[in-house]
Design a protein. Sequence first.
Length: 228
Amino acid sequence: MEKELDKELIMNILLPFFQNQKNEKVKNYKILNQYVQKGKILFVGSSLMENFPIYELQKTLDKDYCIYNRGVGGFTTTELLSSMNECIFELEPAKIFINIGTNDIGSPDFQKENLLANYDTILSQIGDKLPDCKVYVMAYYPVNAKVYFPSMDESTKEVMFKTRTNQAILDANESLKELAKKHHYEFINVNEGLMDSEGNLKEEYAIDGIHMLANGYRVVLDSLKQFL
């Protein structure tokens, strides 16, 4: 009975709340896009991109960059496809770094072929609309389902990591590499230095086993900076 009530709570209250949050972010991005400089660098994707503290971390680099972040927490490939104008095309970027699809992997009905079909459409649309844009497809980060994190209780953990496993992520990364090659885009394996000896996201980089702290993103930036 309690589980049924929890499910009803999620369906009737939490999901509409989070959807409204995503809609508001996209709406705000559309307004912000009126003030961007065209031809700059764009980071786009889900919360793993939205949480990238690129504005602070880029100050540690030898060169100044203009980088816009259009990540939206909770976004799936389907949701990005419905927001391509606000999140990508209106900015007319010269370079795109993209990390989208981990929420697809984490969904109960995850099918890799659906993820890849959507991702293929995303890259095809970018190629059509922005033929001169350089696109960098980022590998999905590893997760850590073994360590206890206060923000991830056991019931939530069971749901979040049911399909979002490191094996599923490895398999998806291999497919993404081939997909990027198909579109003549660069695939970047950003995971060097993020994993422990068992292939999990290092505990010192993790907030909840999925999302990362700034020190983890520092490692990722080291992998990206040669492409900026």
